[in-house]
Design a protein around this ligand. Structure first.
Ligand code: 3PG
Length: 210
């Protein structure tokens, strides 16, 4: 599982966090991000058409790594598994999600915000985590501090990350990539500004490396 998450995260330093409100936006949005160089996408289950959006993106972008985000329950985990997602991301993680995650062939990037939560995931064998909400839960300093007691863990921080602070996170040795919605802002999605999103993706993919 660690190896699978590592190979997905190695493909891109920035993981766009996407919310698709209108189903017709799913494919052009996914394409714009992919063409801009962001080939790993997290589609959140926050909108009514999220499952259908994942299905269409899966079809239209066979070479992208497509994950489902905001997975809150084992039922949702199962649902997106059936759609053929490459990975699962959770904002925080329950015992039920860990119990299901260890039996699943689709790797999970469990969300944690504290050392205790990290230790729970550790007990289940997890070594790669989403740190959420990154800026609100202590930011760069928190991740640096996690590296003391639990040096083997690696993180994808998300929440409040943008062009202005992504490099600070990516400079840490226990950060593997960063996630964020800044490359797919709702305003540009609503306007159908796919060129604008492609440029944001390009800027992020060219500027940030791990
Ligand atoms: C997430 O679920 O990862 C966050 O909502 C994304 O946070 P951001 O919008 O601050 O980038």
């Amino acid at each position: 599982r660690t190896t699978e998450i590592d190979s997905i995260c190695q493909k891109a330093s920035v993981l766009p966090v996407i919310a698709v409100e209108r189903i017709e936006d799913a494919v052009p949005l996914g394409k714009a991000l992919y063409e801009g160089g962001l080939t790993v996408l997290e589609v959140t289950l926050r909108t009514d058409c999220a499952l259908e959006a994942i299905r269409l993106m899966r079809e239209a972008l066979p070479n992208a790594s497509i994950g489902a985000g905001t997975v809150l329950t084992p039922e949702q985990y199962r649902q997106v598994e059936e759609l053929g997602v490459d990975f699962i991301v959770t904002p925080g993680t329950t015992e039920a999600l860990y119990q299901y995650g260890v039996t699943s062939s689709v790797p999970m990037l469990p969300g944690v915000a504290t050392v205790s939560e990290l230790m729970t995931g550790w007990q289940y064998g997890y070594r790669r985590f989403k740190f959420f909400p990154a800026e609100a839960a202590g930011g760069v300093n928190a991740i640096k501090s996690f590296g003391g007691p639990i040096s083997e863990a690696r993180f994808c921080p998300t929440g409040g990350i943008s062009l202005s602070n992504a490099a600070d996170y990516l400079a840490l040795k226990n950060v593997m990539c960063v996630g964020g919605s800044w490359v797919a802002p709702q305003k540009l999605i609503d306007a159908g500004d796919w060129d604008g999103i492609r440029e944001l993706a390009r800027e992020a993919s060219e500027r940030f490396h791990r």
